[in-house]
Design a protein around this ligand. Structure first.
Ligand code: MLC
Length: 499
């Protein structure tokens, strides 16, 4: 790929025109530098007009203040020495102090070889500064430019709430020059490309620099959205019709029933689809996105009914969504629409049950406000893993059952043929869920979502907006207390005492 435009060109391309304000100190200096390194530094300064391999400062994206840290590969391969690290550190600390989102855009050969191990260990303090910034609830956004390698990728380049990359960029841990020297052969073609890492769940999206500002704007519209001051409830819906469980189940299985992607398309704004766990898991069975509903922000984790059965990877992607909601301090919206988790030898061996348990563990105690929506099918542990929330909405034909009704019938009757009666007896319908306090509000379908997708989705979008507003205005301590009490008390009214 053609050589990377320098840090200055990148900054000009991405920030609002004329908004850049540099933060860098004039000339970082190192004592006791060998002559050849001193000469290389002087040459790099002369050739690039920069004083170090990173530029730091602030500017605006769509009018919003953002701190920016950009690497310049032309300066000693964008490598990180002690002075470079100091500059990064000071900028990260200032961004945290001034409560600014950070956009970091490295282009680097990694640790500066001329400075050796002391430079290598700088990764620790840079990572600590990233941790402090994230702990302050501030968005940390990464744009990986060509090339990004070594300790930069293995520290501040891989810790984004959202990670984007330049098309065609070489991105890898051990860069090809070192790989070939150490392993005696060139790395296979294409492995260290932005596109390949995206495919493997390590990068959310590959975005040209000229489109970056627009993507960052949407991310910040979600991550920095103001909280509502009040809540306007939607009109009441009237009573929930008494249709059979089996009729609802069949209606939710219609191929043309709208799913989470349709919900986002029809009712949300600022949608940024995220991809994978950023730790190497990808799963087409789950949607992870940032979005706003009526201006209210949320992280969306939803089952994609058009995707495959859920494996452990889907649950890991979901848990990333929970972490994002907690760290960015925005509500989590989960959308349940699954015929069930993968039932296969591989799923057993990779621990799908353990993944469900860990998802549930994270969700029941999640600090962030939570709203869940039973949009359609809600079979088994895969549904449960996303269900518990401060507020639970259910589409009229949505249902929740311990396993697919045919499986329940097989356990009780040794044949799947009694699924309709078993589903009725198990109380899986929205009407039953409402009666038991498992859901708070049932959103009508007239007569079902597939027959009136636009108006159903509008109704659901408004209901979500209302619930997001109500969880956002509730004080966090009482919200968490109420959530715990709700699940603690579930089903207790059905107990009798002999004494
Ligand atoms: C990044 C690259 C793909 C870029 O290849 P290119 O052909 O475009 O460029 P290049 O190799 O000629 O490099 C351009 C100039 O930058 C210099 N340069 C590159 N990386 C450097 C570094 N880390 N320290 C000091 N100088 C560096 C080169 O010497 C060269 O200088 P001149 O022009 O004067 O000759 C390659 O350099 C590469 O594969 N590097 C290895 C990356 C890597 O594995 N780093 C790990 C470092 S250890 C580390 O970071 C810690 C860890 O891994 O945890």
């Amino acid at each position: 790929m053609a050589s990377e435009p320098g840090a200055r060109a990148f900054i000009e391309q991405v920030l609002d025109s004329g908004s850049w304000v540099p933060w860098d100190d004039p000339e970082p200096t190192l004592a006791d530098v060998p002559d050849d390194y001193r000469a290389a530094l002087a040459r790099a300064r002369q050739e690039t007009g920069l004083t170090e391999a990173v530029l730091t400062g602030e500017g605006r994206i769509a009018g919003r203040r953002v701190a920016v840290l950009a690497g310049d590969f032309g300066f000693l391969g964008g490598s990180i020495g002690v002075a470079t690290a100091e500059r990064l550190l000071l900028a990260m600390e200032r961004a945290t102090r001034e409560a600014l989102p950070l956009l970091v855009a490295p282009a680097s050969g990694g640790t500066r070889m001329q400075e050796g191990t002391l430079a290598f260990l700088q990764m620790v303090k840079i990572t600590d500064a990233v941790a402090a910034h994230r702990a302050a609830g501030l968005p940390y956004l990464v744009y990986l430019r060509h090339p990004t390698t070594g300790g930069v990728l293995a520290s501040w380049g891989s810790l984004g709430h959202v990670t984007l990359a330049q098309p065609g960029a070489l991105i890898g841990f051990l860069g090809p020059r070192a790989y070939e020297a150490i392993r005696g052969e060139a790395p296979p073609d294409g492995v260290q490309s932005a596109e390949n890492l995206h495919k493997h769940g390590l990068i959310d999206a590959v975005v040209p620099a000229e489109e970056l500002a627009e993507t960052i704007e949407r991310v910040l519209n979600v991550a920095c959205a103001p909280h509502p001051v009040g809540v306007r409830p939607p009109a009441p819906y009237g009573s929930v019709p008494d249709v059979s469980a089996w009729e609802s189940i069949q209606r939710t299985r219609r191929a043309d029933r709208p799913g989470v992607r349709d919900l986002l398309r029809a009712t949300a704004l600022d949608v940024v689809h995220l991809h994978g766990s950023l730790e190497g898991d990808v799963d087409e069975g789950v949607v992870l996105a940032l979005a706003t509903f009526g201006g209210l922000p949320c992280v969306v984790v939803g089952h994609d009914r058009s995707g495959p059965a859920l494996f452990r990877s889907a649950l890991r992607v979901g848990r990333r969504g929970m972490r994002l909601a907690r760290e960015l301090r925005v509500p989590l919206l989960t959308v349940i629409d699954t015929p069930g988790a993968a039932l296969s030898p591989e799923a057993e061996e990779e621990g799908v049950a353990s993944a469900i348990a860990h998802s549930l563990l994270d969700l029941v105690r999640l600090d962030a406000p939570t709203v869940s929506v039973v949009l359609g099918q809600g079979a088994g542990g895969a549904a449960l893993a996303l269900l518990p929330a401060d507020r639970v909405l259910c589409a009229q034909h949505g249902w929740v059952s311990p396993l697919p009704p045919e499986g329940a019938s097989a356990i009780v009757h040794r044949t799947p043929d009694h699924a309709p009666e078993v589903a009725a007896a198990q109380g899986v319908r929205s009407l039953d869920l409402l009666r038991h306090g498992i859901v708070d509000r049932v959103v009508p379908e007239l007569p079902d979502a597939a027959e009136e997708p636009e108006s159903f989705l509008d109704r659901m979008g408004l209901a979500i907006e209302y619930e997001l507003a109500s969880v956002l205005v509730t004080d966090p301590v009482s919200r968490l207390t109420a959530r715990r009490a709700r699940y603690r008390n579930l089903g207790r009214e059905t107990l009798t005492s002999d004494t």
